[in-house]
Design a protein around this ligand. Structure first.
Ligand SMILES: Cc1cc2nc3c(=O)[nH]c(=O)nc-3n(C[C@H](O)[C@H](O)[C@H](O)COP(=O)(O)OP(=O)(O)OC[C@H]3O[C@@H](n4cnc5c(N)ncnc54)[C@H](O)[C@@H]3O)c2cc1C
Length: 489
């Protein structure tokens, strides 16, 4: 694969790309190109150029040019990935889908057809105008795109009741590495003819094809919601309460967890007088069409959850305020310098308390500040490591420990963020050699030149040293091995 080190080849390619998308939509070095070299993590890498095509046909033409030149193409939605997914590690062309923003709400068929660049919240708002709902709601849904959500099989707050992106996608238009346009599925809700090829592209992180259009199922929008914040004096009690409530047959629309560290970050958003000694809170929501039933159901669930300081929202303003505490966690994180690594493990529900205990023990042993939020109802925890520059050499091993713990408990190293670059080196721990080999064979079949989002998903170096070298300014410490051994990492 050429990376366009040859200036003449690069210049020629840029000219051809300009004739596909128009000079205005080709972003060259010096035109703000740095915007296309990073995501929401600390990773960054400069592309050769970025293109902003306006249609599937233009996307296909760009990919054909890239394939002919043997140059990498990295699809980009809004760049909110937490695993380095859209960072162009092999330079090449960043292909931004941000101009594909058409939305059609087909009410009689209760489906939506959306361009890959449609912002997730805008899609749900368009559905809401017809009394319908697009349920998957990543905490980033005000920024992320539906194309990015499909590429990562994103989850969110409502997924405990309603399922993740893969559960809603019924049609896709995908540009393959050859530049051919593949149309899969459509507006049909049921289909059992042939392989489920469509699902192969969901969660493929831009490595198998570029999604330009998505058809999703919609559901009737529940008319009422009731929300509570339930506080616990011990973090593990919160984990136990989630397992207890779900086992007792409660089916919440959302059940989110924030630990003490996370609560400190969003302290100004908590209800007045909220007990400061709490180690964790759960934000719980119930929804439905019978207002009285919804409220009653929530109150019963709060009773089962227990809790030392419980607040049940009495108005939509109070409801919004409780959610603001959870949603602002991401905003606070994004406003900090990028010295954080947001993990995304999943464990079976019954193992949540043990996973939490292990994360706490890791923080105590290493001195690292680890704050945890998560979609607890899905067993999905985001232990987020906030680190000082001097602690950089520990992050990789600490993250690896969290992955090993999750896998040991029957879990996954990624519930919803994907593997990207930051977790690719741990893929074999979860999938095994054969599982990974099958994935590699599929990749080779669909992208024989390896031009689609190279250096993602598949391991490239020993797991323990992963992503350290990608940190800007990282200087290896000579005594790293000794420190790791001392801390039992
Ligand atoms: C504050 C914050 C909160 C978050 N909360 C959640 C959460 O609750 N749940 C969750 O699941 N995620 C969450 N995320 C992660 C992130 O928002 C999701 O992974 C999201 O789906 C990425 O969408 P994007 O449009 O920003 O894609 P990008 O970040 O631009 O790209 C992500 C990956 O998808 C590929 N890609 C993008 N568009 C396409 C396309 N059209 N075709 C093919 N490949 C494509 C890229 O190459 C890359 O590999 C959060 C992120 C932040 C910053």
């Amino acid at each position: 694969m050429k990376i366009c080190e040859d200036g003449a080849v690069a210049g020629d390619l840029l000219g051809r790309l300009a004739s596909v998308v128009g000079e205005r939509w080709l972003v060259r070095d010096g035109d703000g190109l740095e915007e296309y070299g990073h995501d929401a993590t600390f990773m960054e890498s400069a592309p050769l150029c970025a293109v902003r095509p306006a249609s599937t046909e233009e996307v296909a033409a760009v990919v054909r040019e890239a394939a002919a030149a043997g140059v990498p193409v990295v699809a980009r939605g809004a760049g909110t990935s937490l695993v380095g997914g859209p960072v162009p590690l092999a330079a090449g062309i960043v292909l931004s889908l941000d101009r594909l923003t058409e939305i059609e709400i087909d009410v009689p068929n209760t489906v939506a057809v959306a361009g890959a660049g449609v912002i997730t919240e805008a899609l749900d708002a368009a559905a809401a105008a017809h009394g319908l709902m697009y349920p998957p709601d990543p905490a980033s849904y005000g920024m992320s795109t539906i194309g990015g959500n499909v590429a990562c099989n994103s989850g969110g707050m409502r997924c405990v009741k309603y399922g993740v992106t893969a559960d809603y996608v019924i049609g896709l238009t995908v540009v393959l590495a050859s530049g051919e346009v593949l149309r899969l599925g459509g507006k049909l809700r049921k289909r059992a003819s042939g392989y489920r090829t469509l699902q192969l592209f969901v969660g493929s992180e831009g490595t198998l094809g570029i999604v330009t259009e998505v058809v999703v199922k919609l559901i009737p929008r529940p008319r009422f919601q009731a929300t509570a914040m339930v506080g616990f004096r011990r973090l593990e009690e919160a984990g136990q309460a989630v397992a207890r409530a779900l086992a007792a047959g409660h089916f919440p629309a959302a059940i989110e967890i924030l630990d003490r560290g996370a609560l400190e970050l969003v302290a100004d958003k908590l209800p007045p007088g909220f007990e400061p000694e709490l180690e964790a809170v759960l934000i719980v929501e119930q929804d439905g069409n019978d207002e009285e039933f919804v409220q009653l159901d929530l109150m019963k669930m709060v009773e089962v959850l227990g809790g030392a300081d419980n607040r049940i929202a009495q108005s939509s303003n109070e409801r919004e305020r409780l959610w603001e505490a959870r949603r602002s966690f991401g905003k606070v994180l994004m406003s900090m310098p990028k010295n954080f690594f947001a993990e995304d493990v999943a464990v079976p529900i019954g193992q949540i308390p043990e996973m939490i205990r292990r994360v706490q023990a890791l923080a105590a042993r290493t001195g690292l500040r680890i704050v945890t939020v998560g979609h607890a109802g899905d067993g999905n925890l985001h232990p987020t490591i906030l680190f000082e520059d001097a602690q950089r050499d520990l992050i990789s091993a600490a993250a690896a420990q969290i992955f090993r713990d999750a896998l040991e408990l029957g879990g996954s190293i990624s519930a919803e963020h994907g593997l990207g670059a930051l977790k690719r080196d741990y893929a074999e721990l979860e999938h095994g050699a054969l599982g990974l080999d099958v994935m590699r064979r599929l990749k080779r079949m669909l992208d024989p030149q390896g031009i689609l989002n190279p250096h993602k998903v598949f391991p490239e170096q020993p797991a323990d040293d992963a992503f350290l070298e990608s940190m800007p300014g990282w200087v290896p410490e000579p005594d790293r091995r000794r420190r790791k051994a001392e801390l039992g990492l």
